[in-house]
Ligand binder design. Structure first.
Ligand code: SAH
Length: 362
């Protein structure tokens, strides 16, 4: 059963008994006076090579192995159920986690999606919360409200699970996007600790530019993120450059108006990091040439990449996506203004894994 109770008492630090807590493990090895080389090999096998638990642990010498296994957990989440898309080979993992209320046995579900592009590029779309408090009107997750924050180790376990799974298919995972369930900048502390571990060369070793945080637009948090992670990619879900219309689609847009987002974007692009503007193409809502001109004006002199996203219809919601020719015309108008524009196609629709379709239905 899923409830909408907000509970943010989840530990914000990495659980000290998790292998994802680098400092706790480093300390343990130091105190025991074990050669840190063994730890380095173990981490590389697990986090980078994605070896199975048994194979990664086997990297440790006998006398260390059982002590490590007794003291640290390799996973924070039970193995998920995985569904594969027949149409485009994307995969959706359905994870479960327990409520943080010690007196309840309630569980929640959330999802992680592996997107297989046409090239060899693989992108993992991870969740940062169960549900979401942003309540964007067009988004399925937004309809649920927030059930629970995910802890750092739970965010990281989604990535570990896929690194291990992909080792068996010989695929490389180099891109992670926070575009699953939730608003990452509403779970800042857990997010930042997760980003540090993902980008740490001793741990998962992702290139910062290949990790992308997608936000509905929380100006203060964007500035904190920007200063702490100057090279990590950012996506802003803009969806309209008309303040009134944006605030109608995205309730948070009322308190964080476009006039506040623009200077923040300016600071974010200043470091040269990739900044993506996400723009949902809603049929006869925000897809006219006037809207394209308005978008171009709002983004004037900002070095950003514009991503036009088709809308994945949600049962019970009134929106549909703009036809292909309308999306192309919109893109052309922006390209004429000198912007780099991608017209995206949707993936994972047959397994309800596409953007905005992630919702727990149990
Ligand atoms: N909270 C973050 C991540 C949300 S999901 C954010 O707002 O950016 C990632 C993207 O999917 C967002 O741009 C979101 O607006 C978009 N999205 C939501 N519902 C969608 C739908 N039904 N079809 C396509 N994209 C959708």
């Amino acid at each position: 059963m899923t409830t909408n109770r907000i509970d943010d008492s989840v530990s914000v630090r990495i659980a000290e008994d998790s292998v994802c807590d680098r400092m706790a493990m480093d300390r343990f090895f130091r105190v025991c006076r074990w050669d840190p080389y063994h730890l380095k090999r173990f981490r590389y096998a697990l986090f980078v090579e994605g070896r199975s638990d048994a194979n990664a642990v086997a990297m440790l010498p006998d006398h260390i192995r059982s002590a490590v296994v007794d003291r640290f957990r390799l996973h924070s989440l039970p193995l998920p159920v995985v569904v594969s898309s027949v149409a485009d080979a994307s995969e959706k993992a359905l994870f479960t986690c327990r409520t943080t209320d010690a007196f309840s046995s309630e569980t929640f579900s959330f999802e992680t999606v592996l997107i297989r592009g046409t090239s060899r590029r693989r992108t993992l779309c991870v969740s940062s919360q169960v549900g979401c408090a942003a309540r964007c009107h067009f988004c399925a997750t937004g309809q649920m409200g927030l059930s629970r924050q995910l802890a750092t180790a739970e965010i990281l376990d989604q990535v570990l699970h896929f690194r291990q799974r992909m080792r068996t298919t010989g695929e490389q995972l180099r891109n992670v996007v926070f575009m699953g369930m939730g608003e990452p900048l509403h779970n800042e502390t857990a997010l930042y600790a997760a980003l540090e571990v993902l980008q740490d060369p001793r741990m998962f070793n992702f290139s910062p530019r290949r990790v992308m945080v997608s936000t509905v637009g929380v100006p203060d948090a964007m500035l904190r993120f920007s200063r702490r992670f100057p090279n990590t990619s950012l996506a802003l879900s803009l969806h309209s450059a008309d303040q009134e219309q944006r605030a109608e689609l995205i309730p948070l847009g009322k308190t964080a108006p476009l006039s506040e987002l623009r200077p923040v974007l300016k600071e974010m692009v200043a470091t040269g990091r990739p900044v993506m503007i996400e723009y949902l193409m809603l049929d006869r809502v925000n897809d006219s040439l006037e809207h394209a001109v308005l978008l171009g004006k709002f983004l004037e002199n900002l070095r950003v990449h514009i991503n036009l996203i088709p809308y994945n219809p949600i049962d019970g919601l009134p929106w549909t996506t703009s036809p292909r020719d309308v999306r192309d015309r919109f893109a052309k108008c922006l390209r004429n203004e000198g912007f780099i524009v991608t017209v995206r196609h949707s993936q994972g629709q047959d397994i309800a894994a596409a953007c905005g379709q992630l919702v727990t239905s149990d």
